[in-house]
Ligand binder design. Structure first.
Ligand SMILES: Cc1cc2nc3c(=O)[nH]c(=O)nc-3n(C[C@H](O)[C@H](O)[C@H](O)COP(=O)(O)O)c2cc1C
Length: 185
């Protein structure tokens, strides 16, 4: 079995980065299906709701800002390094949101498993020239999202990932080194 090289893999990992400036280009169904196919290869099954209705995305975003309050948003944006007001600080203008859900009976450990699926999705998006934002913040609007997507009672929203084509990117946050974080026993 041939596998991609470690160098290729780490190059991809280094290329993936959170995007907070998206173009208006809406990813095609084929592009979205490619990234979701990668996520479906993660160890646990998830459900994926692809939201491309601008009005729905806007509603979730405005509701989140309203709930969080503008003062809190301004503080978070300042912490992220923004010096100007951010027009849409929840999905940052991502033209597509993938809402990942879990239903009772699907099993698994939600926290770990969702991380595995999201990272596979994000790395696949990177290979297609797309960028993503883990919009954890939008979880404040899960009640509204649930209603908009008409989710059944037993389907729980785990995370919303904004996805699209980067208008520009910023430097990634520094990471820890092996010395700082690894202990041998
Ligand atoms: C669970 C989770 C939720 C997050 N939610 C948000 C969010 O709502 N808004 C935001 O700007 N960044 C959020 N972040 C931070 C970014 O997704 C990203 O992890 C961080 O900025 C590091 O970016 P990098 O991986 O490109 O270096 C979240 C991160 C995690 C792990």
């Amino acid at each position: 079995m041939t596998v991609p090289s470690y160098e290729d893999y780490t190059e991809l990992i280094h290329k993936r980065q959170t995007v907070r400036h998206f173009t208006d280009r809406v990813p095609t169904k084929e592009e979205i299906e490619k990234v979701i196919t990668a996520a479906l290869k993660a160890p646990q099954p998830w459900k994926f709701h692809v939201v491309q209705d601008k009005e729905m995305i806007q509603k979730i975003s405005s509701n989140t800002v309203e709930k969080a309050t503008q003062a809190v948003i301004d503080r978070i944006m300042a912490g992220l390094g923004f010096t100007e007001p951010v027009e849409e600080p929840v999905f940052y203008g991502a033209p597509t949101v993938i809402t990942i859900t879990w239903s009772a009976g699907m099993g698994g450990s939600k926290g770990l498993d969702i991380g595995l699926a999201v990272m596979q999705l994000e790395l696949a998006a990177t290979t297609l020239g797309m960028g993503t934002i883990n919009a954890g913040f939008s979880g404040m609007s899960n009640d509204m999202t649930r209603e908009l997507l008409q989710l059944p009672e037993d389907e729980e929203i785990i995370v919303n990932v904004g996805i699209g084509f980067p208008e520009r990117t910023e430097p990634t946050q520094p990471r820890f080194t092996l010395d700082e974080r690894v202990t041998y026993h």
